[in-house]
Design a protein around this ligand. Structure first.
Ligand code: 16C
Length: 253
């Protein structure tokens, strides 16, 4: 749930009297389903492995649209001692973001659509010589049950949307993002009693995918250089942050 103090505005249409539906319900559903399909597609054809560090592998496909680099990115990682729910929770929750995000000047929630879906407005750090970027996107967290025995899959999707409280103001340029974080929890040698599961028995298999259009021309080589450096840095920093934060806390399944 969203801490009340972080909600800057509420929706005009009363979500609570609409069976939990809101104006973006159908979009959220469609994009979530697309990601659940896409996550299964492998990276054998046309993808370059641009970074590997232990369990972490970062792949990208070089794609340009009208001369603008829009390279899709797909990362895989396995993290010991945390669950998929914990990884997704820390990624989605507003209050932790500035502790692990190093490429932001600011972030705020401008609307809460339902307990699992909020709209963020973010100002990204300027990368010289490009104009500063901002972003406005809905962010949705979801638990998907597979079967009674399996641990559920958790997922977060961040998807660009326009919003009256976030008009595009020059000289900032609005970037367009479609990002998903999809996590499974693996329990090794499960004890007979689930209460006896320790952090050393669990690991999280993570897939992170990003389609980012910088929203205007940026020198291709510079952009690919920043991406190659910053995505692995984000994955390493964010996952270590969650490991540190949860180390002495009860496991959140
Ligand atoms: O997914 C991530 N973060 C989420 C919460 O913030 C959210 C973010 C989505 C936007 C991702 C695009 C970020 C582009 C920022 C450009 C500024 C880079 C500043 C570098 C400072 C040294 O889903 C984690 C996102 C991790 C982002 C890594 C940065 C990738 C750079 C890609 C180049 C984009 C074009 C930059 C135009 C100048």
């Amino acid at each position: 749930t969203v801490p009340v103090s972080t909600i800057v505005s509420k929706s005009n249409d009363d979500n609570s009297e609409n069976n939990g539906k809101h104006r973006l319900t159908d979009d959220v559903e469609r994009i979530v389903q697309e990601h659940l399909q896409y996550v299964r597609e492998d990276v054998s054809n046309g993808w370059d492995l641009i970074h590997q560090d232990g369990e972490m592998k970062v792949y990208r496909r070089e794609v340009e649209e009208n001369g603008i680099v829009v390279d899709p990115l797909k990362c895989f990682h396995t993290i010991k001692g945390v669950t998929g729910h914990e990884i997704c929770r820390y990624f989605w929750e507003f209050q932790y973001r500035m502790e692990w995000e190093t490429t932001l000047d600011s972030t705020k929630i401008i609307e809460a659509l339902d307990p699992d879906t909020v709209i963020f407005f973010q100002l990204h750090k300027r990368v010289w010589p490009a104009a500063q970027r901002d972003s406005c996107f809905w962010s949705h967290i979801r638990c998907i049950s597979n079967s009674d025995e399996d641990q559920p899959t958790w997922l977060v999707v961040n998807y660009t949307t326009p919003h009256p409280l976030a008009p595009i103001k020059s000289p900032q340029v609005r970037l367009v993002a479609n990002v998903a974080l999809i996590c499974e929890t693996i329990i090794s040698e499960p004890p007979l009693n689930p209460k006896d599961i320790k952090r050393e028995n669990i690991q999280c298999k993570l897939t992170y995918v990003a389609f980012v259009n910088p929203g205007g021309w940026v020198p291709s080589a510079a952009l690919r250089g920043v991406a190659k450096r910053e995505y692995p840095r984000f994955l390493k920093r964010f996952t270590s942050y969650v490991v540190e934060q949860t180390r002495n806390k009860p496991i959140l399944f």
